[in-house]
Ligand binder design. Structure first.
Ligand code: TXA
Ligand code: MG
Length: 322
């Protein structure tokens, strides 16, 4: 079976109604979507990704009105966040109602929900009378897809359709926010920066470290990882100068590396103009591209640790973990 790549929302809706999976575009990354009420579809998501069942999925809805169908006891600050940032790259983890299947939430008492900001997917969701669960459309642990072609590379022959919505504008997953005693905490850094969230919540705690029993298992060890060995360094120029007889590829924020070293096969600069947003939107595509070069090592230079730079550094470090 060849994967169909098209922007045909009606065809995508028909497949989803028949318990099939469709990869959908969002502003963050592509998701592998299925009907939350179809056990067949949800099991197929875990199976296709090779994802363990203990790692819960995000429920994607079309509008704020639907929120109360799935959650209860929503803290005031959560509503304020939803009003401010939805549709957008923010996921809220809220107390779930009984009608949310346990398979979606890994039997947790909470469910992760978001309204994605992508016209095609909003149209699709409005067409359906059920929400979809959608993890990022990559095999477990690998780099998330930011273009239809990335999804096809991963799942050609297994997946019926990618709803093609072009390149994801944000390029990094949503920021996940949970609540402890009605106070917001960040479970996963993402496309919505901590600074923007704090304008609504005040100082917010970050609880995204890998623990024995993590609240967000996606935060565990190696994740967002290329196949090529990947190192993260403070200074790519200095690092590459010390390496001999290896083929290297370099990933940098602004200017190219200035080493006289013919072992560097390719350097990708993520934003000439020094924009974090531009760098974030290019990051995964650059990682996909460098991974395909079959070099001995990808050398990524850390970003300044502010604003979205913090999120980008989080992803670089997770890609480098072994
Ligand atoms: O931007 C995104 O969030 C993308 C697009 C497709 O929406 N989706 C995405 O899904 O990144 P996924 O499955 O790759 O990551 C979802 C993360 C996982 O780390 C999961 O553990 C966490 O959300 N999660 C889901 N439900 C949760 C819950 N009830 N409590 C805590 N964490 C939860
Ligand atoms: Mg993922």
């Amino acid at each position: 079976m060849k994967t169909k790549v098209s922007d045909d929302v009606k065809y995508a809706s028909d497949l989803l109604r028949k318990n099939e999976l469709v990869a959908i575009p969002t502003e963050t990354v592509y998701g592998l979507a299925g009907n939350i009420y179809s056990e067949t579809a949800i099991r197929a998501i875990f199976q296709m990704k090779g994802r363990p069942l203990y790692n819960p999925l995000i429920v994607h809805i079309a509008s704020r009105d639907q929120l109360n169908d799935f959650v209860i006891n929503v803290p005031k600050v959560a509503l304020k966040l939803a009003d401010t940032f939805w549709p957008g790259p923010m996921t809220l983890v809220l107390e779930k109602k009984d009608n949310v299947p346990d398979l979606i939430t890994a039997e947790k008492p909470t469910v992760a929900v978001r309204i994605p900001n992508h016209q095609l997917t909003l149209k699709l969701l409005a067409n359906l009378d059920f929400p979809v669960a959608a993890p990022s459309a990559n095999p477990f642990g690998r780099i998330s897809p930011t273009k239809a072609s990335h999804v096809v590379e991963y799942f050609d022959g297994k997946l019926k359709m990618v709803l093609d919505g072009g390149t994801c504008t944000k390029g990094i997953e949503s920021t996940i926010i949970g609540f402890e005693n009605d106070k917001a905490v960040i479970f996963r850094l993402g496309s919505l920066s901590k600074d923007k969230i704090e304008q609504i919540t005040g100082p917010i705690q970050l609880k995204n470290k890998a623990e024995n029993n993590p609240v967000a298992p996606g935060m565990l060890s190696r994740h967002y990882a290329p196949k090529t060995p990947f190192v993260v360094v403070e200074n790519a120029t200095q690092y590459c100068d010390t390496i001999e007889s290896k083929k290297l590829a370099v990933l940098k924020f602004q200017e190219t590396v200035s080493v006289i070293n013919n072992s560097i096969v390719k350097t990708i600069v993520l934003s000439d103009s020094g924009s974090f947003e531009e760098a974030a939107s290019n990051l995964y595509n650059a990682m996909h591209e460098l991974d395909s070069l079959k070099v001995d090592c990808i050398v990524a230079e850390l970003f300044p640790n502010t604003d979205l730079g913090t999120t980008i550094n989080d992803r670089l470090r997770r890609a480098a973990k072994t």
